[in-house]
Ligand binder design. Structure first.
Ligand SMILES: [Mg+2]
Length: 311
C-alpha cells in the first residue's frame, strides 16, 4: 500500500512539475523583463496615435489592442534577425499580419526592434512612402513578407510558409495574427481544414478576439458562436489568453511553442480590448478606423509615457 502510494505520488509530482518547467522557464517571468516590455508598449502606443493623427487616417483601435502581442513577439518570443532581413527568413521565426489594417502597430514594432529607422514612421500613409496603409511587399520595407489587408488570406500564406519550413527542414516557427471579424471570411476555414488535415504543426496562429469589427460588434454583424469549440472541431490545438496582460501573453505563447510538433496546428484565442491603453478609445468599434484630432491626441499622449523617445 505504501509502495503504491509512493509510486503514484511520484507520478503525480512528475505530472505537476514537468509541464510547468518545460513550458515556462522562470527567467521569462522575471518582473524586470515584463516591465521593460510594458515600457516598450507605451512607446508603441504613442507611435500608433501619433502616426494616425499626423495623416488623419488609419486604424488605431485594433493596433492599440494588439500592442502587447506584437511587442512580445518581436522583443521577446521570436527568433529573428532585424538587421539581416530576407524575404525567405530561413532559420528565423516568421510572422504574418493578416489583418493588415492594423499596420500602425506592426510598423512601430518593426522599427523599434531594428528593421528600419524609427524616423520613417513619420512617412506613414504618405505618397511614395514604404509605410502604406496596408502593408505590401513591393515597397521593400524590411519586415514585411506579405501584402495584407484583404482579409482572410494571411492564414493560407502562413500555412504555405510553414510547409516550406518543413520541406527545408527548418525547425523555426510561423506565427500569424487575424482579426475576429476576419473569421467571417470563408478562406479562413478552408485554410483551417487544410492545416489540420496536413498536420501543419509548426504554426501558431492568433486571433484578436476584441468582439468588434468596422460596423459594430461581431455579435451584431455576424455572430460566430463558440470559437474554442469551432477551432477544436476544425482540428486545432486551442489556447486562450488575455492579450492586454503582458505576463499572460508571454506565458501563453511559450506554452503554445511546446504544443507545436505534435501533429496539430496551434491556435491562440486572444481576448483584447479594442483601443486598449487610451481610455476614450476603449470598448467600442468607433475607433476601428478613425484618427484622433489634436485635442484627442494630446489626451491620449497624456496617458502614454514616452519611454524610448518619440520619432
Ligand atoms: Mg475585431
Amino acid at each position: 500500500m505504501v509502495k503504491t502510494f509512493t509510486f503514484e505520488f511520484r507520478i503525480f509530482i512528475k505530472k505537476m512539475t514537468i509541464p510547468e518547467a518545460q513550458t515556462l522557464p522562470k527567467a521569462d517571468l522575471r518582473m524586470p523583463q515584463i516591465a521593460e516590455l510594458e515600457k516598450t508598449c507605451s512607446q508603441v502606443r504613442r507611435d500608433i496615435v501619433r502616426m494616425v493623427h499626423a495623416v488623419n487616417s488609419g486604424h488605431p483601435g485594433g493596433s492599440l489592442g494588439c500592442t502587447e502581442f506584437l511587442t512580445a513577439l518581436y522583443f521577446s518570443v521570436m527568433k529573428h534577425e532585424p538587421k539581416k532581413f530576407s524575404i525567405d527568413g530561413i532559420g528565423e521565426d516568421l510572422f504574418f499580419l493578416s489583418n493588415g489594417h492594423i499596420s500602425p502597430v506592426f510598423y512601430s514594432v518593426l522599427a523599434r526592434s531594428g528593421y528600419f529607422d524609427v524616423k520613417e514612421l513619420a512617412t506613414f500613409r504618405k505618397l511614395n512612402s514604404r509605410l502604406q496603409g496596408h502593408p505590401t511587399t513591393h515597397e521593400g520595407l524590411p519586415g514585411v513578407r506579405v501584402a495584407s489587408g484583404s482579409l482572410g488570406q494571411g492564414m493560407s500564406v502562413a500555412i504555405g510558409a510553414a510547409l516550406a519550413k518543413k520541406l527545408n527542414k527548418d525547425s523555426c516557427l510561423v506565427y500569424s495574427l487575424h482579426g475576429d471579424g476576419e473569421l467571417q471570411e470563408g478562406q479562413i476555414w478552408e485554410a483551417a481544414m487544410y492545416a489540420a488535415a496536413n498536420k501543419v504543426d509548426n504554426i501558431i496562429s492568433t486571433v484578436d478576439v476584441n468582439g468588434q469589427q468596422i460596423d459594430g460588434s461581431t455579435d451584431q454583424v455576424l455572430p460566430m458562436g463558440d470559437l474554442t469549440a469551432k477551432w477544436t472541431a476544425f482540428g486545432w490545438d486551442v489556447l486562450t489568453m488575455n492579450g492586454n496582460d503582458m505576463n499572460d501573453v508571454i506565458k501563453t505563447i511559450k506554452t503554445a511553442q511546446t504544443h507545436t510538433g505534435k501533429g496539430r496546428p496551434v491556435m491562440i484565442l486572444m481576448k483584447t480590448g479594442m483601443g486598449h491603453g487610451v481610455d476614450f478609445m476603449m470598448g467600442s468599434h468607433k475607433w476601428h478606423g478613425v484618427a484622433p484630432n489634436d485635442e484627442q491626441l494630446a489626451k491620449a499622449l497624456a496617458q502614454l509615457p514616452e519611454t524610448l523617445g518619440d520619432y
